[in-house]
Design a protein around this ligand. Structure first.
Ligand code: IMP
Ligand code: MG
Length: 188
């Protein structure tokens, strides 16, 4: 095992190099597809902050960014589908080309709710870019145009992804040791 690995991480599913390569590939596709079109990047707080920072810098100068914070009620490691907006966009979406920037798509429940919500605001187009996708996402009918890395169905943290607000600043994405969340009563 890598000596630099955080002690709560049992396996790395995306190294810093894997992430950089995936974002390079996505940004090349986005630049080609939008070809100078005025684009609004919409990030979902807080998990997407790292992806937004690193993807937006690869896209050139024609992008703007805005943020939403949503809460998806559920237990510690699963989302439920009941979504509440904690912070809405500052931008009017009418006529805008929107690219939703996501950290990870698991069940796709949060994202399908979000897409419906954004499309109802009159955007000219709404597409999705995600760094990571788990296998369960294949079962839902969410159309995700740009996917970075397919990962196994494990709970992962790092590069923006948290467990109980921890591990977001790890530079890689790794599988959290299950003992960490089974001991969660003491974590809070
Ligand atoms: P979904 O609704 O199941 O697709 O998941 C929505 C959100 O749950 C994601 O945007 C993440 O914020 C979070 N999430 C899903 N899987 C993981 C994971 O493995 N680690 C950390 N957060 C996750
Ligand atoms: Mg998220």
């Amino acid at each position: 095992m890598n000596a630099d690995l955080h002690p709560d991480i049992v396996d790395v599913v995306a190294t810093e190099e894997d992430i950089a390569e995936a974002l390079e590939r996505i940004s090349a596709q986005v630049r080609e597809d939008y070809d100078g079109t005025d684009l609004l990047l919409v990030g979902v707080l807080k998990g997407a902050v790292m992806v937004m920072a690193d993807l937006s810098r690869r896209l050139g100068t024609h992008t703007q960014m805005d943020w939403m914070a949503v809460s998806s009620y559920g237990s510690g490691t699963k989302s439920s589908g009941v979504v509440r907006i904690l912070k809405d966009l500052d931008t009017d979406l009418a006529g805008r080309h929107v690219l939703v920037v996501e950290d990870i798509i698991d069940s796709g429940i949060t994202l399908s709710w979000l897409l419906k919500n954004l499309r109802s605001r009159g955007a000219a187009s709404v597409e999705v870019a995600t760094l990571l996708r788990k296998p369960a996402a294949a079962k839902v009918t969410v159309d995700v145009k740009y996917v970075g890395i397919e990962i196994p169905d494990k709970f992962v943290v790092g590069y923006g992804l948290d467990y109980a607000e921890r591990y977001r600043t790890l530079p890689y994405v790794g599988v959290l040791a299950p003992h960490v969340y089974s001991d969660s009563a003491t974590l809070a």
